[in-house]
Write a protein that binds this ligand. Structure first.
Ligand code: PRP
Ligand code: MN
Ligand code: MG
Length: 184
């Protein structure tokens, strides 16, 4: 039987820490958007877990919509190309939009997404990202709600994949080098 555990180098953020952080972020978002009609925009597929947990942790009603964009190929490196695979179903004109992402790595996906959505004239546009890598801190993308700043390692789990696998892990971990051919 294949054991997910053998593919892991280590658990970076345990499930309980993720869930506690989601509650904390939801509390801030509830306070900031009090009395406003909030539209959560999840970025498929990585944001599925944070979107589902964050939305359920909010105390005020929020709408949910999804975009699918891709900046990575199937491997561990960013391709530098952002494509829309699925656009929003919602017209965001005059809406309060909060983009929900699993991770800001190079910041390429979010900087492209922000300028794309801004051109549709929402009433407001902010970002919530569960994870942020060091490079992203240096980009112009301003992330209003950040869960964790993490080291520059390849992370999987809680929505994050390696070649479409490991998204279903309930925690965030790093991948063992043998999985991507980086050692034995
Ligand atoms: C990953 C991740 C972010 C983006 C971050 O998505 O979920 O959306 O890359 O990288 P960046 O800051 O360097 O642009 P990916 O394109 O792998 O698609 P996925 O969400 O379907 O896994
Ligand atoms: Mn993604
Ligand atoms: Mg991916």
């Amino acid at each position: 039987e294949k054991d997910l555990g053998t593919d892991l180098a280590k658990v970076l953020i345990p499930e309980a820490d993720l869930q506690a952080k989601v509650q904390e972020l939801a509390g801030q978002i509830d306070a900031d958007y009090a009395g406003r009609d909030l539209l959560l925009v999840g970025v498929l597929k990585g944001a599925v877990m944070i979107m589902a947990d964050l939305a359920r942790a909010l105390h005020s009603p929020a709408s949910m919509d999804w975009m699918a964009v891709s900046s990575y190929g199937s491997g561990t490196k960013s391709s530098g190309v952002v494509r829309i695979l699925k656009d929003l179903d919602t017209d965001i004109l005059d809406r309060h939009v909060l983009i929900v992402e699993d991770i800001v790595d190079s910041g390429l996906t979010l900087s492209w997404l922000v300028s794309n959505l801004r051109s549709r004239d929402p009433a407001s546009l902010e970002i919530c990202a569960l994870l942020r890598k060091p490079e992203a801190v240096r980009t112009e993308v301003e992330v209003r709600y950040v869960g964790f700043d993490i080291p520059n390692e390849f992370v999987i789990g809680y929505g994050l994949d390696y070649s479409e696998k490991y998204r279903n892990l309930p925690f965030v971990g790093t991948l063992a080098p043998h999985v991507y051919g980086g050692g034995s």
